[in-house]
Design a protein around this ligand. Structure first.
Ligand SMILES: Cc1ncc(COP(=O)(O)O)c(C=O)c1O
Length: 386
């Protein structure tokens, strides 16, 4: 049967996630999966116990669609304590199924067909399909190695009366860049001038190295009212499978986001939301520990990659390392990744999946390091064969 009629136009212009495809290929070849960014170590006992207790206490039915009150209150407290940002749990916080749902629900809530959404490139692969599904077009602005800075003139040129939002992911996947106060100031100025929203993905906010600091753009003058802040438990608490995230936005925008969220998913898993409220009570030492542990993992993988001949870009945040593979002479990023998976037994992600024009990422691969020290050491041994 010809099924063309049953494939919507809206799904025609993007492909399945390359990263998840590499995970499958890695499994098939028993390669160490440094492709998809999820921890292979245990989540904190305290929050696992909190989840078990919530289930035992029969918190097993739908929570309020925009989030169980204790979690929304815990989120509000966290942003007040850390950033002096006041969000009203009743009107400005929506709990959703991970940052993934938070981002797409936000774009569906704010963008119309014909609108443009600015995305920095290389990008996390969801943003452009998200914009597309919302009917908007994405415009890319290049971050340039080695510091992954943008050209302010190019950024200004990307803004127009059609621009509805700019997506900002800092600390950044895949580059490891942490946007500086100066860069955020330039972005904020353009948002104000062109009346544009900043939709931020701050999922790596607590994974920072070498003294880097995370600054939510919502803390900049005039930006709280034009920021939609997306975050999640996934990375901070090593629970990527829980699917609990949140969106902070002014009341009018929140009410649109809540409508989309309600019809997309009704809500995130109720007992895990209660466990989320426990998780967010963590003291500063939890977060410091998280960064310290990740710094050790980063240094192990960086060392192993450099010894194997990769030219690496040292990340200041998040848990990925971008590498230039031009020196190997093993073909483009896709051929190189296949070689790595099938012959070396370590799976990276081909760089082309982070660029609008695949040719721009053909000399790059990305490795991730949210892994046990033993896993990284095993990867290091295999990399030594390269
Ligand atoms: C930048 C970025 N945003 C969002 C996600 C997914 O977040 P969640 O698990 O909360 O849906 C990831 C996962 O790798 C990511 O790297």
């Amino acid at each position: 049967m010809d099924t063309t009629r049953f494939r919507s136009r809206r799904t025609a212009n993007f492909t399945e996630s390359v990263i998840r495809e590499m995970t499958r290929l890695a499994l098939q070849h028993k390669a160490i999966n440094l492709a998809q960014g999820f921890p292979d170590f245990a989540a904190p006992d305290e929050i696992k116990t909190a989840a078990q207790q919530a289930i035992a206490a029969d918190l097993n039915q739908y929570a309020i669609t925009w989030g169980a009150p204790p979690l929304r209150q815990a989120i509000a407290r966290k942003y007040r304590d850390w950033y002096k940002l006041d969000y009203d749990p009743e009107a400005e916080i929506t709990v959703c199924c991970g940052a993934t749902e938070g981002m797409i629900a936000s774009l569906l809530a704010v963008a119309d067909p014909g609108d443009e959404v600015i995305v920095f490139e290389p990008f996390y692969e969801n943003y452009r399909p998200d914009a597309l599904l919302a009917g908007a077009e994405s415009r890319v602005v290049r971050l340039r190695a080695p510091d992954w800075t943008f050209d302010p003139v190019e950024l200004r040129r990307a803004f127009s009366p059609r621009t509805k939002a700019i997506i900002l992911n800092s600390p950044n996947n895949p580059t490891g860049k942490v946007f500086s106060a100066g860069e955020l100031g330039q972005i904020a100025e353009l948002c104000r001038e062109f009346n544009v929203l900043a939709v931020t993905d701050e999922i790596y906010e607590h994974i920072l190295y070498d003294g880097a600091a995370h600054i939510p753009i919502a803390t900049l003058e005039g930006m709280r009212e034009r920021t939609v802040l997306v975050n999640s438990m996934s990375k901070t608490f090593s629970v990527t499978g829980w699917r609990v995230g949140w969106v902070l936005a002014p009341p009018d925008i929140t009410s649109s986001i809540r409508k989309v969220h309600d019809f997309l998913t009704v809500g995130a898993a109720a007992p895990l939301q209660y466990a989320g409220a426990t998780a967010l009570k963590a003291g500063r030492e939890y977060y410091e520990h998280l960064s310290r542990d990740y710094a050790v993992r980063r240094d192990i993988l960086l060392g192993a990659l450099e010894r194997a001949g990769f030219r690496c870009f040292r990340p200041r945040g998040a848990y990925y390392i971008m590498c230039d593979i031009s020196d190997f002479g093993l073909g483009d990023d896709i051929a190189f990744t296949r070689h790595m998976i099938e012959r070396v037994g370590v799976a990276p992600v081909p760089g082309s999946s982070f660029f609008a024009d695949p040719a721009d990422g053909a000399h790059i691969v990305r490795f991730c390091f949210p892994k046990r020290i033993e896993t990284l050491q095993a990867a290091a041994e295999r990399l030594a064969k390269l």
